[in-house]
Design a protein around this ligand. Structure first.
Ligand code: RIB
Length: 307
């Protein structure tokens, strides 16, 4: 029996335009292609869980429009249980406007819509899904009180709580105290430590991870882009190098990382091996356009790891 992985979070329809360079304020630019693709940080994580062979269940809210049904269908096609994704009459499904430049970097603006109606009461209503020994994946595109309620509820049920603190925002000690594994990128790590945005040198990673662990999480995994990842959890600590790939679109690389991490851990992998698996899945996702569309299959990840 596979270990349950509950993802509580956002579902968005992504409006994606590829372009040569990202716009500056006041500028009008011609883009290359436009695509409507399933996204949302929560749904992307759930999609990664499903495509990589985990037993994923999505909790969240969509609107009463056609996008909501399309987003649920995308997750169902990836093998995710969407029976607890609520339809919110009178609300629009969340959308994200995404510009992707030729080097793969992006700019994202979100209109949260129904995601902002995902409340602590929704977590309580889905209490039977929180199985002891399972995993819960959280991100920050839902109301803060809902993220806090989900972490506390899951911790109370003896589940492992994995929080991707994205998009970056300050977090309460109460929330961080209920997190088992925190997975910030450089920007998010610096913000949580009250430091200005910038790059993190690999040599600095152990100190940053220790400072973040002092805020509550049992384990911290710093996602450092092309510098790989630094993990720090109790007795285990180390660096996992990045896989070298040709970047097309970085959208959802972090979401893919978290979904893959949960799958590997749920299968009993040690932390270092789970981080390597997650790095590999994220690297493949960067080579393709779109969020859920870029998440690799289990066979693709296994093949790249073997190679
Ligand atoms: O992490 C990528 C996601 O961020 C996109 O799919 C978009 O919906 C935004 O939520």
């Amino acid at each position: 029996m596979r270990t349950p992985i509950v993802v509580a979070g956002s579902l968005n329809m992504d409006f994606v335009v590829q372009m040569q360079a990202l716009p500056t304020p006041g500028q009008t630019l011609r883009g290359r292609d436009f695509q409507l693709l399933p996204g949302g940080k929560g749904a992307n994580q759930a999609c990664a869980v499903g495509k990589l062979g985990g037993r994923g269940l999505m909790l969240g809210r969509v609107g009463g429009d056609v996008f909501g049904e399309q987003l649920k269908a995308s997750l169902a096609a990836a093998g995710v249980d969407t029976g607890r994704v609520a339809r919110t009459a009178g609300e629009a499904t969340g959308v994200a406007l995404i510009f992707v430049e030729s080097g793969g970097q992006n700019m994202i603006v979100i209109a949260a819509g129904a995601n902002d109606r995902f409340m602590p009461a929704d977590i309580e209503a889905a209490g039977d899904c929180f199985t002891p020994g399972g995993y819960v994946l959280l991100q920050l595109e839902s109301p803060q009180e809902t993220v806090e309620a989900a972490a506390a509820f899951a911790r109370g049920r003896g589940m492992t709580v994995i929080l991707d603190p994205a998009p970056a925002r300050p977090l309460s000690r109460a929330l961080l105290g209920n997190v088992d594994i925190l997975t910030p990128n450089e920007t998010e790590a610096l913000l949580l430590l009250g430091r200005p945005p910038g790059e993190v040198a690999l040599a600095e990673a152990p100190r940053l991870a220790a400072a973040l662990r002092a805020q509550g999480p049992r384990c911290v995994i710093l996602k450092l882009g092309d510098k790989g990842a630094w993990y720090s959890g109790g007795t285990a600590e180390g660096h996992v190098p990045a896989f070298e790939v040709e970047a097309v679109d970085a959208t959802a690389a972090g979401d893919t990382f978290n979904g893959a991490l949960a799958v590997a851990l749920s299968e009993g992998a040690a932390l270092a091996a789970a981080v390597r698996f997650a790095n590999c899945a994220a690297a493949i996702s960067v080579t393709r356009l779109g969020a859920q569309a870029s998440v690799p299959s289990r066979a693709e990840v296994d093949a790249m790891l073997r190679a």
